[in-house]
Design a binder for this molecule. Structure first.
Ligand SMILES: *[C@@H]1O[C@H](CO)[C@@H](O)[C@H](O)[C@H]1NC(C)=O
Ligand SMILES: *[C@@H]1O[C@H](CO)[C@@H](O)[C@H](O)[C@H]1NC(C)=O
Length: 419
């Protein structure tokens, strides 16, 4: 009975929410807020061939007030506003996070890796062809109020690599330490011998090896911007249901290691397959881990983040059921948004609301596949999901054992510790 009533409410909400996008006025019985959309530019950053920009911009332009974010799309553009293709400026990632100003007290998402991957939005090379629309009647609630003396502000981190003239573009975009000729990280610590590439060899102002003609060509550095388009609705309890953001990371092995805290390494290395594997056509690196979501609910949107070489990623519930499969889209041309060999998009999941659920404290399995035809450094395997709270909280506590991808049980002491 309760469920039927609830369904009724949701159907009404869906109808009124989508009324905002219909041209007819009589469609709306409940007055739906209007969808607003605005495009902003980040401050400029400057790149020479081979250069890296890893910039943090605080207090950037963003919708203000108590609103529901419905989508966030980014793009790297030049001074004329033209999209720059990935084979010229590789967009390693951009991240957008709220914080409390004037000091920078972070406001993070709800995910287990929130200390390192606390952003509300973020993508990489796939940004041009990845849907970010938050389905109706849901929205990401922001601006609900700051503690006295503070105000909510937004920061953007952009990490881009100029690979024009690079001797080995893949080595530059995979942040190989030898391509940048670095032996110490950004804080001056010596990089370990086993570390071949990744974020520690990819900091601001480094330069990747480029052909002589590009190294000192006398041209001024290129002026670039992150252009971002945000769509939002004014907040309305009657029309919008809030979602929690979780970012899951396949490198977090805390549950396996018995560590009480998540240990998210953000990136990992895929080693080249053995000749035996090659002979049997088995050069796939499958990495998997388990992470917990604190609050259950309906999964309303999900997408994975993979780098070049990625083959696919999936997310499973504790019983092994598939929650989402997200596959890379590789470009086939030269133009921005379709660059050959680059991951230009990721497929997304928009489950019918109510059909894909997770429970409070459910342990999810993340699977991330890469081709191991060759070595890849600094690759990532993340899942970004939006979960709407259950409207009623009568869920059974999940069991302590799993069946996917192999039988495995969590020791009870760890489980109770995690709760
Ligand atoms: C690499 O770095 C070392 C020491 O910092 C320097 O002596 C060498 O010339 C550099 N090599 C290249 C190719 O830039
Ligand atoms: C990942 O690789 C495994 C092993 O090859 C395969 O069974 C699975 O279907 C792959 N998953 C995705 C999402 O591509």
């Amino acid at each position: 009975m309760k469920t039927i009533m609830l369904l009724g409410i949701i159907v009404t909400l869906v109808a009124s929410g989508s009324a905002a996008f219909l041209p007819t006025t009589e469609a709306a019985t409940v007055r739906a807020p209007l969808l607003k959309t605005q495009t902003f530019l980040s401050p400029p950053f400057f790149l020479r061939p081979g250069g890296i920009a890893n910039k943090w911009y605080y207090d950037v332009d963003f919708p203000r007030g108590h609103v529901a974010i419905k989508s966030f799309n980014g793009d790297v553009v030049d001074e004329a506003g033209a999209p720059v293709p990935l084979h010229e400026t590789y967009l390693h990632h951009w991240l957008v996070s709220p914080y409390y100003g004037p000091s920078a007290i972070p406001i993070t998402n709800s995910g287990p890796c929130k200390d390192l991957l606390g952003q509300y939005f973020g993508l990489g090379s796939e940004t041009r062809r990845t849907a970010t629309w938050v389905p109706d009647p849901y929205g990401i609630e922001i601006g609900a109020g700051a503690p006295a003396g503070y105000e909510e502000r937004w920061l953007i981190n952009v990490h881009a690599i100029d690979t024009r003239g690079a001797a080995d573009k893949l080595a530059c975009t995979e942040c190989r330490c030898d391509a940048y000729n670095v032996t110490v990280d950004e804080t001056g610590n010596r990089i370990g011998n086993g570390y071949v590439g990744g974020i520690h060899c990819c900091y601001d102002s480094l330069r990747c090896r480029v052909e002589d003609a590009f190294a000192n060509n006398g041209e001024p550095p290129r002026k670039l911007f992150l252009r971002y388009t945000v769509s939002w609705l004014d907040w309305s309890d009657a029309v919008v249901l809030p979602v929690r953001i979780y970012i899951l990371d396949v490198t977090d092995t805390a549950l396996f290691d018995g560590s009480p805290k998540p240990y998210c390494k953000i990136e990992y290395r895929v080693d080249e397959c053995s000749s035996d594997d090659r002979a049997s056509n088995n050069c796939v690196d499958m990495k998997t881990t388990k992470e917990m979501v604190s609050h259950g609910g309906d999964v309303v949107y999900a997408v994975a983040h993979l780098h070049r070489g990625g083959l696919g990623s999936s997310l499973h519930g504790q019983d092994g059921r598939l929650l989402c499969k997200s596959m890379p889209i590789y470009g086939t041309g030269q133009e921005a948004g379709n660059e050959e060999g680059y991951v230009v998009g990721m497929s997304t999941c928009y489950p019918e609301p109510g059909t894909v659920k997770v429970s409070d404290g459910e342990v999810l399995t993340i699977v991330s596949n890469y081709s191991s035809e060759r070595q890849h450094t600094g690759v990532m395997g993340h899942f970004y999901i939006l979960v709407a709270d259950h409207q009623e909280q009568a869920l059974d506590k999940p069991a302590l054992c799993f069946s996917f991808p192999y039988s495995w049980c969590l020791p009870a002491w760890m489980w109770s510790n995690q709760m």
